[in-house]
Design a protein around this ligand. Structure first.
Ligand SMILES: [Zn+2]
Length: 320
């Protein structure tokens, strides 16, 4: 059984209480920051909803046939909808299609194979394109007492209001700094590393842990050094752009660069810089994020990024 972090436990507990008191909605929106453990909680909830003999603490028993099928990954009454592989089979698609949601609607219309409950998890829910979301709305408009729909999203605001308004919201929040440090400590992270990683991840323990494991902190420092070198004209924007995009860490580098630009913008607001200089940083931040979002499309990102890095150098020198 998975060990949950305290911030997952508290969300799960309130959902389990809602089940006990028969006030859990049939359409749930599990939302909150990325990498905070929403999907894991969705899975535990799904297992609990399907369990035929939940235990005294209101959790799945782990013993009944339903729980055993769930653990074996062969339960027929749970469906997970996410990005499918593309036709070549080498990459994930970037949208959840209307066909996927229509298939889900058809599946929901079948009689459950095992117990009398069906559960579907859609993650990331904001990955549904507009027609998929419209198709889902039809399912949401025909509520049924034995059907549960769990929507998992980092960006609830990207879902149509019509969908959000039909869902019960289950919100995940970042823990207090002390709880985040304690959690990292329990995972064997030294206090100094934990503090640095949490500062970089803006208090997000899941991200901090990921970065510590995958060398993300070092990568962030390298990106910072590159931005400084661009600011003093010691390095070529084209070379940096090519290096940043050379491997599958490109997205994380751009994320760090955007994040460091935010810090620079903040320092300038507090310093003696003009509103125009601060505003330019804001525009640059937006442009860099657009570039980051387009990384999965077949564009020439190196040219766009080199242009942006060139601008960073100019902007930094102007502001001094
Ligand atoms: Zn069970």
């Amino acid at each position: 059984m998975t060990t949950l972090a305290p911030w997952q436990e508290s969300v799960l507990d309130s959902a389990l209480r809602a089940i006990d008191q028969d006030r859990l909605g049939h359409a749930l929106l599990l939302c909150g920051p990325p990498v905070i453990g929403k999907r894991a909680v969705a899975e535990i909830l799904a297992r609990r909803l399907l369990c035929t003999t939940p235990n005294a603490s209101g959790r799945a028993c782990g013993q009944c046939r339903s729980c055993r099928l769930f653990a074996a990954g062969t339960h027929a009454d749970i469906q997970r909808v996410s990005f499918e592989l593309n036709d070549k089979g080498d990459k994930l698609k970037t949208e959840i299609s209307v066909d996927q949601i229509r298939r889900l609607g058809q599946w929901f219309s079948l009689t459950p194979q095992f117990g009398n409950i069906q559960v579907a998890v859609i993650a990331p829910a904001e990955g549904m394109n507009m027609s998929a979301a419209n198709a889902l709305l039809k399912t949401l408009e025909e509520p049924s007492s034995n059907r549960y729909l769990l929507l998992v999203t980092d960006h609830p605001g990207r879902l149509p209001t019509t969908i959000r308004s039909r869902c019960q919201r289950i919100e995940f929040r970042l823990p207090e700094p002390a709880a985040a440090r304690q959690w990292l400590r329990e995972r064997g992270v030294a206090d100094a590393d934990a503090a640095a990683a949490l500062a970089a991840a803006r208090g997000h323990p899941g991200l901090a842990a990921d970065w510590l494991e995958q060398g993300g902190l070092r990568l962030r420092q390298e990106v910072g050094a590159d931005l400084d070198a661009l600011a003093t004209g010691r390095i070529s924007p084209v070379a940096v752009a090519q290096r940043w995009l050379a491997d599958d860490l490109a997205d994380l580098r751009l994320r760090f660069a955007a994040d460091l630009a935010l810090d620079t913008g903040k320092a300038r607001r507090e310093g003696s810089n003009t509103a125009g200089e601060v505003g330019r940083i804001g525009d640059w931040f937006d442009a860099l994020n657009r570039c980051r979002m387009q990384l999965r499309s077949p564009l020439r990102h190196d040219l766009v990024l080199a242009g942006l890095l060139h601008e960073w150098g100019n902007m930094s020198r102007r502001a001094g």
